[in-house]
Design a protein around this ligand. Structure first.
Ligand code: ZN
Length: 252
């Protein structure tokens, strides 16, 4: 067998045994046309990280901030989830995965039908007025010329974690509980370079769980993985799920 088929079989055997979870980063949404943050031609490569990545930057130039982020949200609303998101959902339907921990803010796991989604960096499909506290759907915000609050004209921010913000404590706690009680984690499209998010799959490894990585690029945790599937997650994840389902059918 080739190394690729070996890795796929190894991963499928572990996933089919159940009691795992999925961890995703920006790479899973790239096949939906949403740009990656950290790739050389990704979002941050052409951004002023202070102006578009912090609350202080948003307050200084709200329109500049919203003009920068609007294409990402428009794209997420238009294109929707891809085959990798649907594969993640399938593992939950099969009760092999207890949920998905994600660094993404694009809501695509929920649109794909995943029921338990732990969002470490929030969800950008809703926003909150900084001045009056009103909640506004991002879909509605995108139609406003100045991206301001329809009620009071105040500055509006998406419900996401920006630089210098703490991560949502309760979600992070739940993610770590899932991490240490799971037998495996399937990491899809995360560079595993952003902390504390990356410490979630690390916690699974430390607790004796096994790591499977699907990514176009190497990650720092690859040497600790039992299987690394290198390539496009929109092809590799549904293939992997198929092999898992074949195993389940064979073993019953
Ligand atoms: Zn307002």
């Amino acid at each position: 067998m080739s190394a690729e088929i070996n890795a796929q079989e190894t991963a499928a055997g572990i996933i089919a045994s159940g009691n795992g979870y999925v961890f995703t980063g920006a790479g899973i949404s790239v096949p939906s046309g949403i740009p990656d943050f950290r790739s050389p031609d990704g979002i941050w490569a052409r951004a002023d990280q202070f102006m578009v990545g912090t609350f202080q930057g948003l307050q200084l130039d709200p329109i500049g901030y919203h003009r920068f982020w609007s294409p990402l949200y428009k794209k997420a609303l238009e294109s929707g989830p891809n085959t990798a998101h649907r594969g993640v959902r399938r593992l939950e339907e099969l009760r092999l995965s207890a949920g998905v921990v994600t660094q993404n803010i694009d809501n695509l796991h929920q649109v794909a039908g995943s029921e338990r989604v732990l969002e470490l960096h929030g969800n950008g499909m809703s926003a909150t007025c900084v001045d009056c506290g009103a909640s506004i759907a991002t879909r509605e915000l995108l139609e406003r010329e100045n991206f301001d609050c329809p009620g009071c004209g105040g500055v509006v921010r998406h419900d996401v974690v920006l630089f210098n913000d703490p991560l949502p404590a309760q979600t992070l706690n739940e993610a770590f509980q899932l991490a240490v009680s799971s037998s495996w984690v399937l990491v899809i499209g995360s560079s595993l370079a952003v902390y504390p998010a990356a410490s979630v799959p690390e916690a699974t490894l430390r607790a004796g769980g096994r790591l499977i990585v699907v990514d176009v690029e190497p990650t720092p945790l690859d040497p600790h993985a039992v299987a690394v599937l290198r390539g496009d997650c929109a092809e590799l994840v549904p293939q992997l799920v198929q092999v898992v389902q074949r195993r389940l059918a064979r073993d019953h």
